[in-house]
Design a protein around this ligand. Structure first.
Ligand SMILES: C[S@@+](CC[C@H](N)C(=O)[O-])C[C@H]1O[C@@H](n2cnc3c(N)ncnc32)[C@H](O)[C@@H]1O
Length: 215
């Protein structure tokens, strides 16, 4: 069942997730996370980008998606390149400032209270880190019959304001396509760090002798 749902999600959302991975520009050696990874297309793309020296954390609340990812990525799990967590966005089992990049796509519709969830995203991101929140345009989503059941459709302005209140500064609203209903990717940096401290953090991160232990 998880495999079928996962395949459907990957087929429908694959290009949007790929654009979100591109937006954070994950690099070789980075420590990244995909929160609410669903069918796992984001995990696959992030694993390819971070290479053998990087690590990807996959966070999910759905047991079927976790079980499917355990099967599909068994080799990466064995190698320790991928770590899967049965956890929710508002209680991430990750250390403060431990991620270089994080993505979450098509998840905000299912989160009742964005404030604690976005506070967690800000907490786990390094000062030089980058996050991307991918979401459908609410006017387009509102026309899809399935969104009448269990989806919370919020305006992009509201999601942006919640990110800013949580300490994530939205640097770009990147659209996927040219339509007014095009998917949004909100690219964020931590707002509590100056550009100077972000630069210092980047320098520490790229210096091999100072590289932090992988969380
Ligand atoms: C519509 S699917 C999107 C999956 C994938 N990110 C994509 O874009 O194809 C939403 C996923 O988010 C997960 N999810 C929902 N609420 C969550 C939460 N609070 N924390 C983590 N994952 C959550 C669901 O279990 C589901 O797998």
């Amino acid at each position: 069942m998880g495999q079928v749902v996962g395949r459907v999600l990957n087929r429908a959302n694959g290009p949007l997730v790929a654009a979100t991975v591109d937006a954070v520009a994950a690099e070789e050696g980075h420590i990244c996370a995909d929160i609410g990874f669903g069918g796992g297309v984001g995990l696959d793309l992030l694993l390819r980008r971070v290479g053998a020296s990087g690590r990807v954390h996959g966070i999910e609340i759905a047991p079927t998606m976790l079980a499917d990812a355990r099967r599909r990525f068994a080799k990466d799990l064995d190698l320790g390149r991928l770590v899967l967590h049965d956890a929710a966005m508002d209680q991430l089992p990750l250390a403060d400032g431990s991620l270089d990049r994080l993505i979450t796509t098509n998840t905000v519709y299912f989160i009742e209270d964005l404030a604690p969830a976005f506070a967690e995203l800000a907490r786990v991101l390094r000062p030089s880190g980058r996050a991307a929140i991918g979401l459908g345009d609410p006017s387009a989503m509102g026309k899809m019959p399935f969104t009448k059941h269990g989806f919370r459709l919020r305006s992009v302005a509201e999601v942006t304001a919640q990110l800013e209140s949580a300490g994530l500064h939205v640097t770009e609203d990147r659209r996927v396509g040219n339509s007014i209903n095009a998917f949004h990717i909100l690219v964020c940096q931590r707002s509590d760090t100056s550009s100077a401290s972000r630069a210092t953090d980047s320098a520490i991160q790229t210096a091999p002798s100072d590289s932090p232990a992988k969380p």
